[in-house]
Design a protein around this ligand. Sequence first.
Ligand code: UD1
Length: 421
Amino acid sequence: MDYFVIEGGRALHGRVKISGSKNAALPIMAASLMCDGQVVLRNVPDLSDIRHMQLILQRLGMQVERTEPDVLKLKVVDQSNCHAEYDLVRKMRASVCVMGPLLARRGLARVAMPGGCAIGIRPIDLHLKGIEALGGVVELIEGGDVLCKGKLKGTEIFLGGHFGSSVTATANVMMAAVFAEGTTIIESAACEPEIEDLANFLNAMGAKITGQGSPRITIEGVDKLTGGEYTVIPDRIEAGTFMVASAISKGEIIIDNCKLEHLMAVTKHLDDIGVVVEKYNGGAVVRSSGYLKPTDITTQPYPGFPTDLQAQFMALLSLADGNSIITEKIFPDRFLHVAELNRMGARLRKEGPTVVVEGVKQLIGAPVMASDLRASAALVLAGLIAKGTTEINRVYHIDRGYERIEEKLKPLGAKIERRSR
Ligand code: UD1
């Protein structure tokens, strides 16, 4: 099993190129199930989650091939299997994104119910509610699978839940509605850039979707989607992670292939903390002034502060001059990194869905355990600045969402090594 060894305390300087967005690429790959003809996707990161989606799609009768480092070619060759099995779905929740496309294109989707995961209970009630509103018949069958079938008809759907909008539920319902008869309106749709990207992809293949990026998405049903080429947006969470790397190490990093307009809540908080972010060459340059001010952060659906950067900002605010408060409004249990950061000398106190962060002067290297994707990123960031050696175990979590993060950090001056045991 791989682990990282990091010698902390070096300021990072240089340039880094951000990869394509994992969370945009995954549903777009699933949407290719609906296309007649070959789909060529560019700017697709080479990550274990992407390879996992490739495997699921292959089992569902697709040819999927990586023809260049960031290019995937996908084509449906056999429509007979409509079953995404538990052994595949349980390893990655985003597997549930095949439900909408299978139902829309093949009239049947059998998908294992995803279980809970390290960041908490994650239901799929909104996905199913949306599909039922479209006229799909949804049934929980033996083996913990959900069976969806039927001919879909356009309608108005309110898709808000207890925690606001849902990203993958919006993706699933939007995809299901592409071939529905008539017009579908999704109210309280997720506004995330990844949903906008999915809608733009579907439109490029022949769908008629408007309003993407807003809480009201309208889908006019069409008869078919073609194949074609599409370029996935850059990963805003990877970009935000490297912004924190620059800030926490008191360095200066030029971030290429990054859309600052997708990171407004993040750059606003960096500004509050005293970190300079400037537009540069189609990306950004991020510079730390050396002094970190405390701030309060509440995670929210887009365009609010992303839950996927909460852990990384907690590592950063651990070193601020004063107390910060971080409140998690999307996944209230997403705090597994708290205990590990405390092992490195942070002073974090969890109270319900809130963590009080008391700034300390220094973090200290320690052996720590990665628990989920973004928590692992926070531990890498903490290790970059901690005194002495940090060993991060279970880095397969980080490989799910960051393309060889150590290979991107090393040229910036980080002393980080991947080892196996
Ligand atoms: C997506 C992202 C994930 C990110 C999350 C929130 C992908 C592949 N993953 O996950 O990285 O952390 O958005 O930005 O894009 N909920 C329900 N019922 C449902 C669905 C969700 O109650 O049917 C709740 C969830 O438990 C959570 C909230 O809604 O509290 C938002 O979750 P959701 O947006 O669905 O997250 P994902 O799409 O799974």
